[in-house]
Design a protein around this ligand. Sequence first.
Ligand code: IPM
Ligand code: MG
Length: 380
Amino acid sequence: MNDKVKLNGEKYRIAWLPGDGVGVDVMDATRIVLDKIGLNAEYIHGDIGWEFWCSEGEALPVRTVDLLKSVDAAMFGAITSKPVKAAEAELTAGLKGRGLTYRSPIVRMRQQFDLYNCLRPCKSYPGNPLNFKENIDIVVFRENTEDLYAGVEFNPVPASVAEVLAKESKAFAPFKDLPGDQYALSVKVNTRKGSERIVRAAFEYARKFGRKKVTVVVKANVVRATDGLFLDVAKEVAKEFPEIQMDDANVDAICMWLLKNPYSYEVLVAPNLYGDIISDLCAQMVGGLGFACSGNIGTKLAVFEPSHGSAPKYAGQYKVNPIACILSAKMMLDWLGETEKGTRIEKATAEVIKEGKVRTYDMGGTNTTLEMGEAIAAKL
Ligand code: IPM
Ligand code: MG
């Protein structure tokens, strides 16, 4: 973990990126908590989200990228994304037909700033009525920059690409004569470096926090090249951590086992897409996306966000649960080296959950997003 602790009263610079939809609601509640804990920080608003796509053709404007280059960390809410054609249809008149393509800004931030470690702790806090079981405590490490998220995609497929594939891959034979507009290709790219650093992050975490086992999630029996490489690299890294057990599981099977035996798992590490999927599954076991916090962590910058989306139908209603975002702020404090403050936020959150007096609608209550933020702040 990075240690960015400030001395002599210098302020942290935190980029504040609410985005759109309920991102704005949950970030407002999170700010109540951060203000109360008294982090000596300057929160600098950054434009990001759907409205900037529609009006500027750019959901992640250059000015926001520049802001991210100058901060210690960022808090991010959520952003609406739509498929390519639906996105094009919402551009303002002057921007239509210019060949602009929408790509998820969070995925771009992860790639542009090399935020390779997507860290997603999933803990069932006692008394949460939404817990699948009590005492679940699983930490997911998701590779965050490559794999099927690399963005190497073709639709339609250019003839030159098809030619190379026909020459180099026997398995491509059934597809080789298809017209380019009759199929699409998304290339899964996994590097040794990318695989190694995420697996190492998982093992280092296990060592630091006394976890006994790391489970590598792949599908190496079928996806042999890329997942095979991920697994081979994991086995090499594991040798450096003899006190920690390593096992591996196929992504399909682990979806069953996680539900059956959640206590058998402590730390999971996976390539990008499988990590995306299993982290939603783990989140649901500990209360759903309202509790799913996450960090996108690189060496210089880290962006913290609730894993839920923008839920446009609830936008501005101050109805959704801000706990995922508040726990993401806790992760940010830990990453900054402010672990005492981070721990206090987690404790306060756990107390509010346990008491059960203040609950948002997902928890069966009627409290608002901001009331949840205030209740947690009041415990600090
Ligand atoms: C997540 C989300 C994102 C992803 C979407 C919003 C692009 O599902 O952070 O898990 O696929 O990574
Ligand atoms: Mg996801």
